[in-house]
Design a protein around this ligand. Structure first.
Ligand code: TMP
Length: 217
């Protein structure tokens, strides 16, 4: 099976831009790359994304949220991720099961074991080989995310950006705990640095994954 690489981090960590740059770079080297994201990545999961992120849905209870993330994931895995892995494509996925542990587990306080079971139900044996965690202080990330939201013409995706600082701090801490528990899978990227330096860190991490001896990408 081809490598499955995931990208995680709090709001405003800049990971989406960096995934695009990495995908371009890998494609220039003739790798077959699939760039995708969660929630979303296929039409049914994109519709669920619309419900999950819409600011009008502020009354959504945490269990509904958890089940919708799992539903979107089940569809995305079956329709997009599994066939791409079987075809030997390298997958770059913007958020995956770790996001559910950090956001619905640490952020919302839902039961961890239940989340692990639901992640298993939705993703089966698809698990990332490498995860880049874009880490930065909550204030910096939220500042960037809120500026981005203010600049956006359509305001259909701001539900999480409107949560309190404490919620985002629990998520950051949760991600760092996940990374500490699985250091062989996670690489922490210092996302507070200027974008060009972050790009270099990402290239180094992915290079070290593919070429453990030379680190070349
Ligand atoms: P993003 O595409 O801008 O990262 O937005 C996705 C949002 O969904 C982000 O706030 C994180 C959140 N999320 C969860 O709460 N749980 C999950 O399992 C996933 C994949 C994302």
């Amino acid at each position: 099976m081809a490598p499955f690489i995931t990208f995680e981090g709090i709001e405003g960590s800049g990971k989406t831009t960096q995934i695009r740059l990495l995908a371009q770079r890998l494609q220039q080297q003739a790798a077959e790359v699939l760039q995708t994201r969660e929630p979303g990545g296929c039409p049914i999961a994109d519709q669920i994304r619309g419900i999950l992120l819409h600011p009008d849905n502020a009354s959504m209870v945490s269990r509904t949220e958890l089940l919708l993330y799992a539903a979107a994931r089940a569809q995305h895995i079956e329709e997009i991720v599994r066939p791409a892995l079987a075809a030997g494509k390298l997958i770059l996925c913007d958020r995956f099961t770790d996001a559910t542990l950090a956001y619905q587990g640490d952020g919302r306080g839902l039961d961890r074991e239940l989340i692990i079971q639901l992640n298993r139900l939705a993703a089966g044996n698809c698990s990332p080989d490498l995860t880049l965690l874009f880490d930065l202080p909550v204030e910096t990330g939220l500042g960037r995310a809120r500026r981005r939201e203010a600049d956006r013409q359509d305001s259909s995706e701001g539900r999480f950006e409107r949560e309190q600082r404490d919620f985002h701090q629990r998520i950051r801490d949760g991600y760092l705990a996940l990374a500490a528990a699985e250091p062989q899978r996670f690489v922490i990227i210092d996302a507070a640095r200027p974008a060009n330096q972050v790009t270099r860190q990402v290239a180094a991490a992915v290079g070290a994954f593919f070429q453990p001896t030379t680190g070349a990408l």
